[in-house]
Design a protein around this ligand. Structure first.
Ligand SMILES: Nc1ncnc2c1ncn2[C@@H]1O[C@H](COP(=O)(O)OP(=O)(O)OP(=O)(O)O)[C@@H](O)[C@H]1O
Ligand SMILES: [Mg+2]
Length: 265
């Protein structure tokens, strides 16, 4: 007999989800179950609907068909249970690191004095202790993305939605940010949905990689990444790691070529 308490609880359930923009079928019958604390990456060619999927889960966009549930409850708008980190750092230039980090709490009408200690330890967690009073223009790209991450974590979301958060960073900073993100994730074990174009980033970070195909955007394969944690950066040079990257690249190569070489519309 199976004891139900041993079965993993699905934190996020996307079922039969479809979305069109006019005549364009963007997402078709997406099925995805994400377990609490899982790190999931989503890869796929440009225009396959990655951002749209994340926006629907974030409650910023409606689907046409299907369901999207968190803890069994339908998503009907943005909420404190989900934190967003976007590609562009959308920090407010007139606010300090500390005050940018607090924006989400302000929007949720939380009393800031209640959260001061948590914000302090969050800024420490993302490596920004000592920079609380800096303005965005005084920070490097990597530091700005750390503020973005701290801001998303400040509302203590259950799910972190990250849309190409490191794509504007140089290659070395990006690798450091990957290790930092894993370190932070190991500490808090949030459920993460991470969109990226870089296959090795997806494999390095994730428990599972969702590979999308385009026109319409649909799940081609969900690849389980069976690599031990914690993962040092050197794991990227192991044959096991490289075989995952090769496998995923083969899945999307044709679509990527098309998305780059053929007219989009
Ligand atoms: N608000 C909108 N109105 C009309 N079409 C849209 C809208 N948002 C997205 N699209 C279209 O939906 C498709 C999927 O877009 P989406 O941004 O989700 O792709 P993506 O996989 O995130 O691409 P990229 O990798 O380039 O970021 C694209 O063809 C895009 O033009
Ligand atoms: Mg996108």
């Amino acid at each position: 007999m199976t004891d139900a308490s041993y079965l993993p609880v699905s934190k996020l359930r996307v079922s039969n989800l479809s979305k069109r923009f006019g005549s364009l079928e963007v997402l078709k019958k997406i099925e995805l179950d994400v377990v609490k604390g899982e790190f999931i990456s989503i890869v796929g060619p440009s225009g396959c609907g990655k951002t749209t999927l994340l926006r629907i889960i974030g409650g910023l966009e409606h689907s046409d068909e299907g369901e999207c549930k968190i803890n069994g409850k339908n998503i009907d708008g943005p909420g404190k249970d989900r934190g967003f980190v976007f590609q562009q750092d959308n920090l407010l230039p007139w606010r300090t690191v500390q005050s940018n980090t607090e924006i989400g709490l302000e929007i949720a009408s939380e009393r800031l004095s209640k959260h001061r200690e948590r914000i302090r330890s969050l800024l420490e967690l993302v490596g920004l202790a000592g920079f609380e009073n800096y303005y965005p223009r005084q920070l490097s790209g990597g530091m700005r993305q750390r503020v973005n991450l701290a801001r998303a974590l400040a509302i203590d979301p259950q799910i972190l939605l990250m849309d190409e958060p490191f794509s504007a960073l140089d290659a070395q900073t990006r690798e450091i940010m990957q290790t930092e993100l894993l370190r932070i994730w190991e500490e808090g074990r949030k459920t993460v949905l991470f969109v990226t174009h870089q296959i090795d980033e997806a494999v390095y970070l994730s428990d599972r990689v969702v590979v999308l195909a385009r026109r319409p955007g649909r799940i081609q394969e969900i690849v389980e990444v069976d690599l031990p944690r914690p993962r040092p950066l050197s794991i990227k040079r192991t044959p096991h790691f490289v075989s995952y990257v090769d496998h995923i690249w083969k899945l999307i190569e044709h679509d990527v070529r098309e998305s780059v070489l053929v007219e989009h519309i």
